[in-house]
Design a protein around this ligand. Sequence first.
Ligand SMILES: NC(=O)c1ccc[n+]([C@@H]2O[C@H](COP(=O)([O-])OP(=O)(O)OC[C@H]3O[C@@H](n4cnc5c(N)ncnc54)[C@H](O)[C@@H]3O)[C@@H](O)[C@H]2O)c1
Ligand SMILES: O[C@H]1[C@H](O)[C@@H](O)[C@H](O)[C@@H](O)[C@H]1O
Length: 335
Amino acid sequence: MSKEIKVGVIGCGAIGRQHIARLMNTIPETRVVAVADYYQPSAQAVAEQYGITCCATGEELIARPEVEAVLVTSADPSHAGYVLECIKAGKFVFCEKPLAQTAQECEEIIRAEVAGGRRLVQVGFMRRYDRGYAAMKQAIESGEIGAPLMIHSCHRNMSQAPGFATDYAVTRVAIHEIDISRWLLDDEYATAQVLAVRQSKNTQGDWLNPQIMMLTTRSGQRIDVEVQTDGAYAYDIQCQVVGEDGTVSLPDPSAVVKRAGAACSFPIMTDWSQRFIEAYDIEFDAWAKALLNGAPDGPSAWDGYVACVTGDALILSRQTGKPEAIELMEKPSIY
Ligand SMILES: NC(=O)c1ccc[n+]([C@@H]2O[C@H](COP(=O)([O-])OP(=O)(O)OC[C@H]3O[C@@H](n4cnc5c(N)ncnc54)[C@H](O)[C@@H]3O)[C@@H](O)[C@H]2O)c1
Ligand SMILES: O[C@H]1[C@H](O)[C@@H](O)[C@H](O)[C@@H](O)[C@H]1O
């Protein structure tokens, strides 16, 4: 590995372009050397902007000898295939969430990574790098609020891209709460359930909105997640952990507090890219430093797998109307 990690990026859409700018301008240890996108004009535009290589396919990018690490920011269904290809080539790969579409695909990735004997994969669960969540975890671990008993959380969005569907409320939206809640509680899930709730008139398409998702952990804690996929007043992420001696809550990002017209207010952000901008920077800074030390140490293929198994159970529960058990394979020792 060179001192400046040469990264290839597959997927030059919204987050791909933001991460490319981040890897080029904000993270000193990384440089993007090649891009690919199955919509060629998109990759060409980015390649021209930075004067870098435009590859015809993701596979070609992975195979290029100068590419030392790969960032996958293409559409969800393509993630697993590219991650497997990177493992086959022995290259580090950072995959935006979700790791795969199904738990079976995640198992295949885990088997391939374990066969190589070392971690290559990191999954883009960036909330673990958000200063607010990190401070909550520290407070929980300090023992100050006693044993955590439950989490109340909500994930409210203003809009979704065309083609959205009910299941995406789990696989694209609540997947962040699935990951962050087990990280905060340091426990695995036992059951998952979706509860029906009165539907919002602001829903912009033919899908269920809102949904309430319930999870229990092996030690009996309960997590409730209110998911508004669209039509909400802002992009608002909230989380409160209730312990036996106190609570900790996710702070809002810092903003000027205005007192005027007999009211006190502060603005709330409207989309994820601004709300978590610092978390993404910290996430990639940590990724680069870990690679230079030999291996990624952030969210792993195991974490991507647990998120998929949990998501599958939530989706099944919406059909069966009852809590579904979450059963995991044995955790390999490299995780
Ligand atoms: N961590 C986060 O907060 C976060 C936020 C946004 C998006 N994401 C994830 O990032 C990924 C991209 O999201 P986006 O909002 O940028 O979507 P997008 O639609 O704006 O961009 C996706 C890009 O990938 C390309 N693409 C699709 N399939 C491909 C394939 N098989 N091979 C190569 N290129 C392909 C598309 O042409 C497009 O340019 C998604 O998986 C999404 O879940 C994560
Ligand atoms: O609800 C959004 C999440 O908060 C973001 O972090 C992205 O993952 C995006 O794709 C989702 O639509």
